[in-house]
Design a protein around this ligand. Structure first.
Ligand code: ADP
Length: 479
């Protein structure tokens, strides 16, 4: 009793907030109800024993500082108590200063422990967040269609995704930390990564490089960039790989087309230049008839040049305007009937019998009128152009559950089996004795096929040299 009150007085003067308990059971209840920093425990207490009490208090809060107050008779027990987690012991009798010093030390110890615990908790929390972020990052990278590959300064692979494994055919990537030389087969890529990893230049930002793999058809684009921390220190390199095979193909087709166009434009232009040259040379001075002939030839070539440019524009329009097609209800039989009427004089001039024989009545279809006119004009005009004296052109129709069919049958020069597969290619013209003098651009069938394709139909040709050809167009019926 005297000691309890004495302690309260001494410690109260030090500014501590103090509660008293007359025995262990009361003390334990207090600890359950309220948080304490430090507890002074007398070993010689009624009821619950000191050692037991220490154990029970620590079960409630392991960080509470316990100071054991002990007489000489129980000093061994006090030593035992410190072994079991009490902070220190204070033998009786003690001076107020000794008590104050020990409590102050104990409280400081408690604060340190709490701070350490707080730091520990914070670190754990951060580690948890970091791990969460890492796995989020992995799943995002894993979902990307582009390949991603990260290498550190030790030239080890530290992060990559499935797309990178597939595109670069990475091997042995079962665990991180493998050297890049081991997993990467592509020498050019390794060399570029080494350039980045060995670079002292802080402004170095990126290497873009086309790379080839074992697959001769596939072309990849790798973009490699240094990875730096917030102070600009180099940590490694990140590589993003994109499959550009399709883009490359389009590029090749485009450049082939441009070179074909240039080639096709050059010969009529050169001819025009030639004819104008002879007129201007004065070679036919005074001979107006001769001059007129040469100028006429120049005009003919200029006409074919114009036709070529028109066809090219047409192709461009179809390519660019697939979405801008104006789909409306079209009665093909009526439309082709009018085209036939239009070509009748031309057919007569060539002594060709042009006839429309619609074997079945066609239902109206959904189509772009201008496209349809262009399509059948090209086919009927070819059937007359590549015909023979006293030949014929007959237009028939057919119908099935899904398609309407239009068949343009001619008894003309026909097409050699070897030429048939190329008949729809850009600028293709069969060179035979009989077709040599017939002018054309070689783009009419290209346009026809593009129109049919853009209407989700198909076009077929059957032909025998010197017997004739049949071009069949199938277009989808209205749903
Ligand atoms: P163009 O008639 O301007 O040469 P096309 O693309 O319309 O171009 O036709 C390509 C080639 O196909 C023609 O040069 C010709 O050799 C052949 N061809 C097209 N239609 C017929 C046909 N009805 N009969 C025989 N050959 C044809």
């Amino acid at each position: 009793m005297g000691i309890r009150e004495g302690c309260r007085r001494v410690l109260g003067e030090e500014g501590y907030d103090i509660d008293l308990a007359e025995d262990g059971t009361v003390g334990l209840r207090r600890v359950q109800e309220k948080a304490y920093d430090l507890i002074l425990v007398d070993l010689m207490m009624p009821g619950i024993g000191g050692l037991d009490l220490i154990k029970k208090i620590h079960e409630i809060d392991p960080e509470i500082i316990l100071v054991v107050i002990t007489g000489y008779a129980t000093i061994e027990t006090a030593v035992e108590a410190t072994k079991r987690g009490a902070y220190d012991y204070l033998p009786k009798p003690f001076t107020p200063e000794a008590l104050a010093v020990l409590v102050k030390r104990g409280i400081e110890k408690r604060e340190l422990r709490l701070e350490a615990q707080r730091l520990h908790d914070e670190r754990e929390q951060r580690l948890l967040e970091l791990a969460g972020e890492k796995s989020r990052l992995r799943s995002i990278i894993g979902c990307m269609a582009d390949g991603v590959l990260v290498t550190n300064l030790q030239r080890q692979l530290v992060l990559w995704n499935a797309a990178a494994v597939k595109m670069l055919r990475l091997s042995d990537t079962d665990e991180p930390g493998r050297l890049m030389d081991h997993c990467l087969k592509n020498r050019a890529l390794i060399e570029s990564l080494d350039r980045i990893l060995g670079s002292k230049d802080e402004s170095f930002s990126m290497i873009g490089q086309e790379i080839r793999t074992d697959d001769p058809k596939s072309v990849l684009m790798a973009q490699m960039a240094p990875v730096r921390d917030e102070h600009g220190r180099l940590l490694g390199a990140v590589t993003v790989i994109r499959d550009i095979t399709n883009l490359k193909e389009i590029e090749t087709i485009k450049s082939q087309f441009v070179s074909m166009v240039a080639h096709e434009l050059r010969s009529p232009l050169a001819a025009i230049e030639g004819w104008l040259g002879v007129v201007l040379s004065g070679e036919a001075a005074g001979d107006e008839e001769q001059k007129r002939k040469w100028l006429l030839r120049a005009k003919e070539r200029a006409n074919s040049l114009l036709a070529l440019v028109q066809d090219l524009l047409e192709i461009n329009k179809i390519e660019a305007g697939k979405v801008a097609q104006k789909m409306e209800s079209v009665q093909l039989t009526d439309m082709i009937g009018k085209i036939v009427e239009f070509f009748k004089p031309e057919a007569e001039r060539q002594h060709v019998l042009l006839e429309m024989k619609p074997s079945v009545a066609l239902p109206a279809i959904q189509a772009d009128i201008q496209d349809m006119e262009k399509l059948f004009t090209n086919l009927v005009s070819n059937a007359i152009k590549y015909n023979v004296e006293n030949g014929s052109v007959t237009i028939e129709t057919s119908l099935d559950a899904h398609f309407v069919g239009i068949h343009i049958r001619d008894t003309g020069v026909g097409i050699a089996p070897a030429d048939l597969p190329r008949i729809f290619d850009d600028f293709f013209r069969a060179e035979t004795k009989r077709t040599k003098r017939i002018s054309g651009t070689g783009l009419g069938l290209t346009i026809a096929k593009k129109i049919v394709d853009s209407h989700f139909g198909h076009i077929e040709v059957e032909s025998q040299p010197d017997r004739g050809s049949t071009f069949s167009v199938y277009l989808p019926r209205k749903k």
